[in-house]
Write a protein that binds this ligand. Structure first.
Ligand SMILES: [Zn+2]
Ligand SMILES: [Zn+2]
Length: 258
């Protein structure tokens, strides 16, 4: 037996709705299954935080949650088409690539109780997580699996994002709408662990991050210590941008289809 508790998402075709993306018809969260005892091995359930923080369509099962999103941000960007209500000019010193923000059909499935993997798998090109607004999170690399270079760096907007093939708008960096020099929860990676901006909740920059950019501790959202990632605190190539996530997953990644 399993629960399917669906938040109804009304998607209406058209201009404005592509911007506002999601309308949640109910605020009821997923059924918590902290006591299900499952085999996922983690100590801390992320379900209550996931259901509270995402305004997406969720499908909750005892051991996993699937988050569905159209991948478009409800914030301004130069990658909305000119004339769109959320279009804004690119920030000074940056350019735009030829892409634009396109509607996607994302589904990310994360474990209810994320657990450390015995063998750490490297993150790869494409979506490695989902921000709280449903936009995909990418690592520090681009096509060819090489780190973002100075040329590509020019294409990011003040959200730390740009569109890729298929007009998949995605965050590589901290930015004005997710988190940056603060302790904001940015989203969750595919392994189910949360990712935060550059600071911890006490206002300090974490000093004990492991090779994958995370550590165990409490956060504003988790009163029980949990492994969580932080964005890098090193300005990428001296720019205004800070990488969200490089390296490997701490846990075992779930699926991300699009
Ligand atoms: Zn990219
Ligand atoms: Zn931390």
């Amino acid at each position: 037996m399993f629960y399917t508790n669906t938040r109804i998402m009304k998607l209406t075709l058209g201009f404005i709705l592509a911007a506002s993306a999601f309308i949640t018809a109910t605020t009821s969260g997923c059924k918590k299954d902290d006591s299900s005892g499952g085999d996922s091995g983690g100590d801390v359930s992320v379900t209550s935080v996931v259901t509270a923080k995402y305004t997406l369509q969720l499908h909750c099962y005892p051991a996993a949650t699937t988050l569905r999103s159209n991948g478009t941000p409800a914030h301004v960007s130069p990658y909305w088409l000119v004339g769109h209500a959320l279009y804004e000019a690119q920030i000074a010193g940056q350019n735009t690539n030829p892409g634009s923000i396109g509607v996607q059909s994302y589904a990310m499935t994360i474990p209810t109780n994320p657990a450390e993997a015995t063998s750490k798998e490297a993150t790869s090109l494409g979506p490695i997580g989902m921000a709280l607004n449903g936009v995909a999170i990418f690592n520090d690399r681009e096509g060819g699996n090489v780190p973002v270079d100075a040329g590509v760096l020019q294409s990011f907007d003040r959200a730390g994002a740009h569109p890729g093939p298929g007009n998949t708008y995605h965050y590589h960096f901290t930015g004005d709408f997710t988190g940056n020099d603060d302790a904001k929860l940015i989203g969750f990676l595919r392994d189910g662990f949360p990712i935060y901006a550059r600071k911890d909740n006490d206002g300090s920059y974490p000093s004990n991050l492991d090779a994958n950019g995370g550590h165990v501790g409490t956060t504003a959202d988790f009163s029980t210590a949990i492994y969580h990632y932080h964005a890098s605190n090193v300005a990428y190539m001296g720019s205004r941008f800070y990488v969200l996530k490089a390296g490997s997953y701490h846990g075992t990644k779930g699926t991300f289809t699009f």
